[in-house]
Design a protein around this ligand. Structure first.
Ligand code: C2E
Ligand code: MG
Ligand code: MG
Length: 760
């Protein structure tokens, strides 16, 4: 039997050594501590091995020393391991050093035993027919036992404490070690106190070492995991249904039970209830799926995200499924609200510009065979509407238009608000009815109390011929068409056509070249003589001409309206005034007593200080201001009248002569004329010829000439083409004349020649 145990102990030592080597290499933090503890179990086993095998006193005594001192080391490393395994610390350093000291004293007293013999001795007894040296304990041995049992007790208390204070899922890890410690301790105590020879309890050390090795480094707490996962599933906000491989529901969390109103623990009814709620049976043939379900309609509808997952074991075998259902109603509604706010104008509830453009592009792409029309809708003088009737009426007008569009635009069209007072509409060509739209706009009004205010709305229409064009450019074209309506009160709708396209291209073409043309003197004044009743040249009107290197001779009709519109007219006028001053300065030197009339556009008043510019020029060229006459039209005086009158008065004070151009061709407000700071009335001959009744026309002309005289103005008739016209006008009392009858507008050298010939 001794030898059988000796072999068992050797195997155990080898097994423990293997564990030490594996534990040392473990990636776990506790690996080092485990290796140390298992390593420390080896000396007592070896000590016992020696005792078992010894037939002489000395080796048996050495075995005892190894065993007892080894036990001290075992207890210290077990204590250390306990702290780490149970995640506890020394209560304080004093206790720690006290324990170290007590154990050290034990080692010391064993070291002194050979001299004093106070700890133990051995005695020979016969076991298996041979000598076996059995321990005879003395006082020192009792000290050793107290220490060992004391530490053991502390360790058991720690484990026990952890066992009762930890969550149930963790108890497994403590209980196994605690039981092992207790069993090993009991087994060993039995041998110690019974003094039975051949201590077999050392086998317990081996088992103890292996259990520690396994539990500390390899044990996966399945129960713990199960519990954690179950708790997680219960606490999750999603509803979860777990199914076995046959598609039977085996468990559902509270949220799931609540979702389908599952009766207590009747999990097998979940499929039927899910189908009743979501109208679809779960598909267990597909391993995984996700889908979104909408339950209900309108404001009460709810949104759910569902997904099915398959659970497999380590070998990839299907062990079950689970379905999660998340209520995303809140997020969806918030998202919808945000999307709505981002795509709708808050005042009118119509699409925003960006969203309208996006919708139009989508429709164009989705439906390549339908022809569409784009409308640019604009309220005329909306600023005035706001100023006169107040901004709340302005808002009301915008809302009225929104209602008008909602009623009028067919369901296959889209519309939105694309600017302050601008709206955009996109409809199939077949629904576009110009006449109907015209008549509806003609009567468009917005009520305020008992009053109804007529609101002028203009619509520019572009037929989407080029579908690749950016939507914003399509609206630009519709806007261009709208721009052609102008002051025509009868028209509200204009359609973009080839002429508009050409005009735009032409405008772009010449606008890009204007600055250079001025610098290169391609834009220059032609002078049309102005004569008195004796036919004597008294002055000239400077009229702009553009000698274009590629497009040839351009009359003002080709470029003045373009530049009037885009404001570049001020470049031309500045240049013309300077040229006129230059010519006048030359004439002054020659002693020629002539004036030059220059034209002033309404836009000049917007974009520059007309009076200062003219004064500065007169000063720069040192000319008498009375030689530079200024032609303004009635249109100029239709806006910002007071300020413009001040400018004219200022100019007259300086000595400039102001002429009212084209009188008779426009509104010809006689009332306005009464207050105008004007020296000369330039009567338009057109006014005479356009009239069907010549006699009546003549009477009016006669009266205007007379009126001008009475108002203290000089009369000048332009457009005089025949001798008889000239004679008639002279008879009526007209003072000055201008027209083809005398000369066409002439380039400066030709004008010089004409002047000299006339003198001769
Ligand atoms: P406007 O200032 O009334 O100039 C008189 C226009 O009548 C000139 O046309 C002139 O050539 C034309 N005219 C003169 N006599 C006769 C005639 O007997 N019969 C007919 N049928 N026409 C006659 P034009 O030069 O083509 O200029 C047209 C308009 O362009 C001018 O009308 C003026 O409003 C504008 N304009 C010309 N040059 C300038 C300029 O430098 N600046 C500005 N702002 N406008 C200019
Ligand atoms: Mg003129
Ligand atoms: Mg004129």
């Amino acid at each position: 039997m001794r030898y059988a145990f000796a072999v068992l102990f050797i195997i155990m030592v080898l097994a423990l050594l293997a564990c030490v080597s594996v534990a040392r290499r473990s990636y776990k933090k506790i690996g080092g501590t485990v290796a140390m503890l298992i390593g420390m179990l080896i000396p007592p086993v070896i000590g016992n091995l020696i005792i078992i095998l010894s037939t002489a006193k000395i080796p048996a005594t050495i075995g005892c020393y190894i065993y007892f001192i080894g036990m001290d080391a075992v207890m210290m490393s077990l204590l250390h391991f306990t702290f780490e395994y149970c995640v506890v610390k020394w209560p304080n350093n004093f206790l720690r050093y006290l324990v170290y000291t007590i154990v050290s004293v034990d080692v010391l007293q064993y070291a002194l035993n050979p001299f004093f013999g106070h700890a133990f001795d051995t005695e020979a007894i016969i076991v298996d027919g041979r000598d076996y040296y059995r321990l005879i304990p003395y006082l020192g041995q009792t000290y050793h036992r107290i220490i060992v049992y004391g530490i053991l007790l502390a360790i058991i208390v720690i484990f026990f404490f952890k066992l009762i204070t930890s969550a149930r899922a963790y108890s497994e890890r403590y209980v196994v070690i605690l039981i092992t410690i207790l069993l090993t301790a009991c087994w060993q105590s039995y041998y110690i106190f019974s003094r039975t020879p051949v201590e077999k309890s050392m086998a317990g050390y081996g088992i103890f070492g292996l259990l520690i090795f396994y539990f500390s480094l390899y044990y996966r707490p399945i129960t713990l995991l199960d519990r954690l996962l179950a708790n997680m599933a219960s606490d999750m906000p999603d509803a979860i249904f777990f199914y076995d491989v046959y598609g039977r529901c085996i468990w559902a969390n509270d949220q799931a039970i609540e979702l389908v109103k599952l009766p207590d623990d009747k999990f097998d009814r979940s499929s039927e209830l899910l189908q009743a709620k979501f109208g679809q049976k779960e598909d267990f043939n597909e391993p995984e799926w996700t889908c979104r379900k909408v339950v209900g309609t309108g404001a009460d509808c709810k949104y759910y995200d569902q997904s099915k997952r398959t659970v497999t074991d380590e070998k990839g075998r299907v062990t079950g499924f689970f379905i999660t259902i998340r209520d995303i109603t809140k997020e969806q509604k918030l998202l919808q609200k945000e999307r709505y706010n981002a795509t709708h104008d808050p005042l009118t509830d119509l699409y925003t510009k960006e969203f309208l453009y996006e919708s139009i592009r989508k429709k164009l792409d989705e439906d390549p065979d339908t022809d569409y029309m784009i409308h640019y809708i604009d309220i005329q003088n909306f600023k005035l509407v706001n100023d006169v009737f107040g901004s709340s009426f302005g808002d009301k007008t915008l809302k009225r238009i929104a209602v008008f569009l909602k009623k009028r635009v067919p369901s296959d069209g889209v519309f939105g608000r694309i600017g302050g007072d601008a709206f955009g509409v996109f409809v199939p060509k077949k629904s576009f009815d110009k006449e109907k739209l015209e008549s509806e706009l003609r009567t468009f009004s917005v009520g305020e109390g008992a009053l109804n205010h007529h609101i002028v709305i203009h619509v520019g229409v572009y037929e989407v011929v080029d579908r690749t064009l950016e939507v914003s450019f399509m609206f630009d074209r519709a806007l261009l068409a709208m721009g052609t309506i102008g002051e025509n009160y009868q028209t509200h709708v204009a359609i973009y056509d080839e002429k508009i396209r050409k005009d735009v291209l032409w405008a772009q073409h010449i606008s890009a070249q204007l600055k250079e043309a001025i610098a290169n003197k391609h834009v220059l004044p032609y002078l049309q003589p102005i004569v008195d009743k004796h036919g004597k040249i008294v002055g000239a009107e400077a009229l702009a001409r553009w000698i274009h290197p590629q497009d040839g001779f351009l009359s003002p009709a080709a470029f003045i309206p373009v530049f009037e519109k885009n404001g570049m007219i001020i470049e031309i006028d500045r240049h013309m005034w300077r040229c006129a001053c230059e010519i006048l300065a030359g004439w002054e030197k020659e002693g020629r007593d002539l004036f030059i009339s220059v034209n002033i556009s309404p836009k000049d008043f917007y974009f520059m200080d007309v009076a200062s510019e003219l004064k500065a020029l007169a000063a720069e060229y040192k000319i008498d201001p009375s030689r530079l006459r200024i032609e303004i039209t009635e249109t100029t005086m239709m806006t910002d009248v007071e300020n413009r009158m001040k400018v004219l008065e200022d100019l007259r004070k300086e000595g400039f002569i102001v002429e009212m151009d084209d009188f008779g061709s426009g509104y010809s407000s006689l009332n306005l004329l009464k207050d105008m700071p004007v020296d000369v009335l330039k009567i338009d001959m057109q006014f005479l010829t356009a009239s069907a009744d010549e006699e009546k026309g003549r009477t009016i002309l006669q009266n205007i000439i007379q009126l001008s005289e009475e108002l203290g103005m000089f009369s000048l008739t332009e457009g005089v083409e025949t001798k008889s016209q000239m004679e008639m006008l002279a008879d009526m009392g007209c003072k000055l004349f201008q027209g083809y009858y005398f000369a066409k507008p002439l380039p400066l050298p030709e004008f010089d020649d004409f002047f000299k010939t006339a003198l001769a």
